[in-house]
Design a protein around this ligand. Structure first.
Ligand code: FES
Length: 153
C-alpha cells in the first residue's frame, strides 16, 4: 500500500466514522424528545354564563363541542364528534337534530342515533362553574343527556 492509497483509505474511514457518530448522536437527541401527540386540554373554560343566552346551541369549534342553554334546565354540552369515524356533526335548528356531513348519520337533539352508520349516541359532557365564574366543560367526564348545570341569574 502506497502513501496515497493509505491516505485515501484513512479519509474514507474517517468520513464513515463521522457519519456513524452523527447518526448515533441524532438517535440520542431523538430520544430526548419522545414521539407523543400533544392534545388540547380535555377540560376547558367556555366563557361566562351571560355570554350564552338561551336559544340556539353555540358551537365551540376549537373544542368541537355544542353548548346548550335551556332557560328552565340550564347549561349542557354535547360533543360534536360523530361516533362513526369522528367527523364534526352540524346542528340543524330547523330540524332540531345533528347531521354528520361525512356518511349521513343523524342524531336527535338528545344525541340519540336516528340514522346510522353511527353506532352510538353523541357524548354529553359535564359542565361546571369554575372558580372565576366561567362555564367549564370536561371532556373526561361524560354525563347523561339529562345532566344540566343550572346557574342562578
Ligand atoms: S363520520 Fe359521521 S357518519 Fe361517518
Amino acid at each position: 500500500m502506497n502513501r496515497r492509497s493509505f491516505l485515501s483509505l484513512s479519509t474514507a474511514s474517517a468520513a464513515a466514522l463521522l457519519a456513524t457518530a452523527g447518526m448515533g448522536l441524532a438517535g440520542f437527541f431523538r430520544f430526548l424528545f419522545p414521539g407523543v401527540f400533544y392534545e388540547p386540554a380535555r377540560r376547558f373554560k367556555a366563557g361566562y354564563p351571560a355570554d350564552f343566552p338561551p336559544g340556539q346551541p353555540v358551537f365551540l369549534p376549537a373544542e368541537k363541542v355544542y353548548l346548550f342553554h335551556d332557560p328552565a334546565k340550564g347549561f349542557s354540552a354535547a360533543s360534536a364528534v360523530c361516533t362513526h369515524l369522528g367527523c364534526t356533526v352540524q346542528w340543524s335548528e330547523r330540524d332540531r337534530q345533528f347531521n354528520c356531513p361525512c356518511h349521513g348519520s343523524v342524531f336527535a337533539a338528545d344525541g340519540a342515533v336516528l340514522r346510522g352508520p353511527a353506532p352510538r349516541p353523541l357524548s354529553w359532557l359535564e359542565v361546571t362553574l369554575s372558580k372565576d365564574g366561567q362555564l367549564q366543560i370536561d371532556k373526561n367526564r361524560p354525563v347523561t343527556d339529562a345532566y344540566h348545570l343550572l346557574v342562578p341569574a
